[in-house]
Design a protein around this ligand. Structure first.
Ligand SMILES: CCCCCCCCCCCCC/C=C/[C@@H](O)[C@H](COP(=O)(O)O)NC(=O)CCCCC
Ligand code: ADP
Ligand code: CA
Length: 571
């Protein structure tokens, strides 16, 4: 049997068997593509024509081995090497030999596991086994494919995994063990797994571990669990870089260790908005392929003290009250938000205060331009260039003092004040709170919903659940693209606590009485901030966006043209 002679150093082509069909299999190392298509015998006059073109083709691809049969161009499969999960020796079992192997010595087979795109951004791991009679050919293919996989430096080999057994439907451990761990094993990824034992266990642990051992951190849970890991990683990096994160104006050190999210929570909007779906297998495959998606992070301060970081929703009023009302019903799982949302809607509370913000002057997009953030987003890429220019200016002291320039102030009565760093797309709201917000453009969208009727507020809310209606198209809704934000409630806690005036004390206690007895008809003086699913104690805050501060094992939401309805993946 002649050894395989590649056409050129970069293309390997053989006829191998797939499910007892002969297929022409090609590995183009230059383009990093694996393809295969069935070659079929043809009948009658076509055979002679096919025979002629085949003879020519044979001359062209000298060195072909295996059983050469006539071939008919047919739809085939093309898989980028970057989307191959693993290649390995197939367990060759007697019963699986095709008939043609019966008379031959034991065949050799290797299996390629690769990503197959399904509907709605869902990914699955598909397997195809190639058979051949020649051991040398088999070894050559296995070696060639694994050599190319080894060159993919972006792929993680060792991960630190935190599982929240408490979040969502309390199935985090089960999801990881049954759906994720087998895929990590298939991809030869080793994982150190910690099942958290209390809130903030993951955050505190990240300050202690030796991060140099790992290529990434994975959190199994919802947005609150991701927030824990986010705080642990950012806090650790700032501590190691000697950056005082309590200073609201200081640039933060970027975190290059990627975070992967295995969705097992109640909202899962960070996963949904960066991958396109909240599916554990899909997220695991994005981690295995070594995807990398930069992500903006906002820092929230209160008087020179860091309160929280946020990457999804910083919400006051409706979403703050929904979160606060849901906490005591965690036993309901995700449904707790629906129950609390209904009660909050009926309460129809509004809150008074003063909002100030700096518009993102240099932003390329706007919240109402309908340009959604997708994989490889132009607006985000432009912003990272802008970011580098800004950082160069800061390095050379060339930047002008933009801290004081063009603040906009709005006083009023608000149903809700929401700042979103990303779209916040999630199963409840497929387009999100701000559909045109970007993951890595250095800005956030500020959505102000002023006091309005119950019916109008309901209309506004319902539009979030529809993919073809504009939730900003109301006279009582304003949206701005910003980079910094401040809020002072009309009834600031400090004023009440400092004043000795009986009226104020009465008001404070009265407010407290009302909070304890929501059946009371008066309007609650202050709401709370919902910060990625955690409540803040303070209501007077300032916020600043840090462009592309962290990275996720994701690639953004792919254009739907790449999806096939259950079809093999094609490029
Ligand atoms: C009458 C029809 C009303 C329909 C309203 C639908 C609006 C849904 C907007 C969803 C916003 C999502 C913003 C994400 C917030 C999360 O960070 C946070 C914590 O997530 P997790 O830890 O995974 O639970 N989720 C929430 O604050 C829940 C908001 C739900 C509001 C109904
Ligand atoms: N072992 C644990 N016990 C109690 N709380 C935990 C534990 N691990 C994490 N948490 C906390 O649970 C909260 C919710 O986690 P999350 O995964 O977001 O679930 P959900 O989406 O249901 O809110 C987070 O604030 C996190 O800090
Ligand atoms: Ca953003």
């Amino acid at each position: 049997m002649e050894p395989v002679q590649p056409l050129t150093p970069r293309v390997l082509c053989s006829v191998l068997s797939v499910k007892s069909h002969s297929c022409e299999v090609t590995l183009d190392s230059g383009r990093a593509l694996l393809s295969w298509k069935e070659v079929r015998p043809r009948r009658g006059r076509e055979r002679s024509r096919a025979g002629a073109c085949l003879a020519q083709a044979f001359q062209r691809v000298r060195g072909l081995t295996g059983t050469l049969t006539h071939r008919l161009p047919s739809a085939g499969h093309i898989v980028p090497v970057s989307e191959i999960v693993s290649v390995g020796e197939a367990d060759v079992d007697e019963k699986y030999y095709g008939m043609q192997w019966k008379h031959m010595c034991k065949p050799h087979a290797f299996t390629v596991h690769y990503v197959q795109r399904m509907k709605k951004h869902r990914w699955r791991c598909k397997a195809v086994t190639f058979w051949c009679s020649d051991e040398q050919l088999y070894c050559h293919w296995l070696q060639a494919l694994n050599d190319l996989l080894e060159q993919l430096a972006c792929r993680p080999k060792r991960l630190l995994v935190y599982i929240n057994p408490y979040g969502g439907k309390k199935k985090g451990r089960q999801i990881y063990e049954k759906k994720v761990a087998p895929l990590f094993c298939l991809a030869s990824i080793t994982a150190d797994v910690i099942v958290t034992e209390y809130a903030n266990h993951a955050r505190d642990n990240i300050y202690e571990v030796n991060l140099d051992k790992y290529d990434g951190i994975v959190c199994v849970g919802g947005d609150g669990m991701f927030s824990e890991v986010l705080h642990g990683l950012i806090g650790r990096i700032q501590k190691d870089s000697d950056v005082d994160h309590n200073n609201p104006k200081i640039p933060l050190s970027r975190c290059y260790m990627r975070i992967g999210i295995i969705p097992a929570g109640s909202t899962d909007c960070v996963c949904f908005a960066t991958v396109g779906i909240n599916d554990p297998v899909t997220s695991a495959l994005h981690i295995i392929l070594g995807d990398s998606q930069p992500l903006d992070v906002s820092a929230v301060h209160n008087k020179k003290t860091l309160l929280k970081y946020t990457v999804s929703l910083l919400g006051y009023g409706f979403y703050g009250d929904v979160l606060k009302g849901s906490e005591k019903n965690r036993w309901l799982g995700p449904a707790r938000y629906d129950f609390s949302g209904f009660k909050t809607f009926l309460s129809h509370r509004y809150y008074e205060g003063t909002v100030s913000f700096q518009p993102a002057k240099w932003a390329v997009g706007s919240p109402r331009d309908n340009v959604c953030c997708t994989a490889g987003c132009y607006i985000c890429r432009q912003s990272s260039k802008q970011l580098e220019e800004q950082q160069r200016a800061e390095t050379y002291g060339l930047q002008h003092n933009e801290q004081e320039e063009n603040w906009t102030t709005v006083k009023g009565k608000f149903m809700s004040i929401n700042i979103v760093v990303m779209s916040c797309a999630c199963p409840r709201s497929p387009k999100g709170l701000s559909p045109a917000a970007h993951l890595a453009d250095g800005t956030a969208d500020l959505i102000l919903v002023r006091k309005c009727s119950r019916l109008n507020f309901l209309r506004h809310l319902i539009r979030h659940t529809k993919s073809n209606s504009d939730q900003f198209d109301f006279p009582f809704v304003d949206v701005y693209r910003i980079k910094t934000f401040q809020f002072t409630p009309k009834h600031s806690e400090e004023d009440d606590s400092e004043s000795t005036d009986l009226g104020n004390i009465g008001k404070k206690n009265f407010a407290q009485i009302c909070t304890d007895h929501p059946t009371c008809g008066c309007s609650q003086l202050n709401s709370v901030w919902n910060c990625d699913g955690e409540t803040l104690e303070q209501t007077a805050i300032e916020m600043r966006v840090h462009c592309q501060l962290i990275r996720l094992f994701a690639r953004g939401i792919e254009d739907s043209h790449k999806e096939d309805d259950e079809m093999p993946s094609r490029v």
